[in-house]
Structures are given as C-alpha cells and as structure tokens.
Design a protein around this ligand. Sequence first.
Ligand code: FAD
Length: 402
Amino acid sequence: MTPAALRIAVVGGGIGGLAAALSIARAGHHVTLLERAAQFGEIGAGLQLAPNASQALEELGVLDAVQRTAVAPPRLVMMDALSGEQVTSLDLRSAAYTERFTHPYLVTHRTDLHTALLTACQAHPDITLRTGHTVTHAEQDESAVHLHFAGTTPALTADAVVAADGLHSRLRQALVGEEEPVCSRYVAFRGALPADRMTGRMSQHAASDAVMVWAGPRMHLVQYPVRRGELYNQVAVFESDHYTPDSDDWGTEAELEERFAGTCRTVREALPLVARDRRWPLYDRLPIDNWIHGRIALLGDAAHPMLQYLAQGACQALEDAVALGQSFGRFTDPADAFAAYADQRRERAARIQTNARRFGEICHLEGMGATLRNQLFASRASDDFNDVSWVWTPAPATAPTP
Ligand code: FAD
C-alpha cells in the first residue's frame, strides 16, 4: 500500500535538513523546509565523505552531481606531525577497498555538496523552501504539530516535524531539556585556498590528492584537495590551555602558533596558509535514546553531535536522511515512521559519536603514547580496512513492513 501523502516540516537547511527534505519528498510526501538564515549556504571549508555517505547520496539521487566537483583521493595518510614521517596509510584504490565497499571515498567543498542537495530540493515539486524562518518552539496535539517563529511570521501546521537544526537545536531542548553541548577545549581553524598557493614541500602532498592527517601532541593538521583539485582544504586543530566556559578568549591564533611551533618543517610551512578569519570551538554531546517525541524527531547534529575525528558528522546526517525516507515510504502514521527511523539509526550513531572522541584521543597522544600508536599503526597493511569498515558501512535497512 502507498501511504497517503503527509505534510512534513523540516527545521534547518544544513546538509542534514536538505537531505531529509529530499528523502521524505522522494518517499511521496509534501515537505516544507524552514531555515533561519536569510539565504541558504555552507561555510568555505571541506568535508570528507566516506563510502557510507556516498551510498546515501546515491540513494538521494545526487551522487553524480556531487562527483562532478568532488575529488576521490587515492589514499588516507597519517603522518607524525613532529618527525614528518609516515605513520600509516589506507589505499582507497586497492582491490580490498573495492571488494569491501561499493561506493567511493570522496572529499568535497561543503558549498558544493550543499548546492547539490539544494538544487535537487528546488527541483522537487513537493518541496517548499523558506529562508528567514527562525523556529522558536513547537506545540503538538494528537493530529499535528504547530511550529512558531520569531517575529511576526505566522505559525505553520504540519503532520510531523524533523528537527535538523544543528548542535544548538531549539527543538532538541524541548525534547531532552536544557543541557549544554560539551566543549572539548579543542578549537579548529579551517578553510580552502587556491591549490597553487601550496608551494615547496607542501605541493608534493597537495599534488598527490591524498587526505593527509599530521597527528601530534594535542594538535593535528588535516589537508586535502576539493573542487576538482582547484582548492586545497586545511584544518588545524589544537587543545587550548586557556579554556573558560564563559568567554571566547581561548584557542587563539597566538596559541595556534605556539602549539604548532615544534612540528616538522612541512607542517610549519603549511600553517601560515591555514585560514584565520574565524575559530571553531569543537563540541559534542553524549548519546541520547530519545530522538523522538510524538510527532517530532531529531536528525543530524541535533540528534547526535559528534567530534569530527572520524569525519562522520555529515555522513551520519545523510544516513539519517535515507533511513527517514525509507520509514516514511513504509508507514502512514508519522509516529510509526519516526519509531522505525530511530530504531534503525540510534545505536549506530551513538557508537560513532563515542568512538569519535576515542579516535581524537589516539590522534593527539604525546610521548610514549604516540610512539606506541605509531608502532601499532605501522604494522597495519594499507589495504587492511578492518578498523574502519564498520564506520564506513551503513546499517542495513530494516525489513519492509508486511
Ligand atoms: P547544521 O549544519 O548545523 O545545520 C543546521 C541548520 O539549521 C543551519 O542551517 C541553521 O541555520 C539552521 N537552524 C538552526 N536553528 C534554527 C531555528 N531555530 N530555526 C530554523 N533554522 C535553524 N562531517 C563529516 O561527515 N565529514 C567531515 O569531514 C567533517 N569535518 C568536520 C570538521 C570540523 C572542523 C567540524 C566542526 C565538523 C565536521 N564535520 C564533518 C561535521 C559536520 O560538519 C556536521 O556534522 C554537519 O554539518 C551537521 O549538519 P546538520 O545539517 O545536522 O547541522
């Protein structure tokens, strides 16, 4: 039986919200997406998309569009940021990769991915996109949810609401109660610059198209090409010694310089080219079970904000979106669709959230810990994907309803 078309509101026009809107509309429902910003957009930095994400993008019908500008790196390489020596690598063009994963590992500019999703949403006849709509709260009764907005914008009524409003989600607060995101005391400086500005030693790495992770004591640098290789993305991350919860005066540019001062020459040469126009304090939350409250469900960072060390936050939001669309294709009652979605996604997202913290700790080891890490990682073959396979493989969809 084809379920009757529902009116679904999606709050938030980030990667998660746009993907959810597309997925639910492709399942046959009417979607209104509400974004608080005056214009849709993403920040000027890169994003890694593991095979679980490219599979999700294919299921959403946008993989081809994303691949037009994305780069498929040949290798993921971990270097020791102090010695400049290679620690380990994974060969993304090996036979072992193609045997185990059906979809490519990609790196993309965030704007390019966001534009591909936005364009697909704009082209879908059952999706209405609205900017300048800041949701303040939601009320629900037995048959609908009423969304309220800041200012004079009239309320909107929907059969169900997907809250994809990010780390500081307003709607999550209503479900879970007041709880502040957990600050890791780490901060990122990031951005993409024209690839031809990478000169000297750095140009070799940039030309290789590999994803480079330079791991060091309480800091690391990630580098990879985006947008057909025309731009080179750099993310410098470090722990601040001056964190205070009530101020922004920590994790400064001066601390960035200080923390990276002892790194190898290649990293020190790259550092002046890391974007400094904005700093990004890094937060996550502990996993929660209650992703749904009647006719409201959480998705993406609103449900499972995680540290970026496994490069999975957006990948998991895309998996959420696909699972949600599948559920809305199977159930006529939004509460049933949400329950099936949360059952499929909760455990896996929580596991990745928890392991992202652990991998950050491994990446930032000092002294003997770093030596042991390097020895252990060095013994892994470049076509051994056992450690990452569970992260890069989405959970199978639950069986269709009879
Ligand atoms: P957001 O992108 O936060 O979108 C939320 C949207 O909701 C925004 O557009 C916002 O304006 C809107 N909104 C908020 N409140 C309201 C409201 N009240 N009313 C209406 N609209 C509202 N992930 C990866 O998969 N790979 C990576 O390589 C990777 N690297 C990362 C590197 C760093 C340094 C960081 C910090 C994160 C990284 N991530 C990565 C994580 C990824 O960026 C996030 O998980 C992802 O962008 C979350 O998408 P989202 O749509 O859930 O939330």
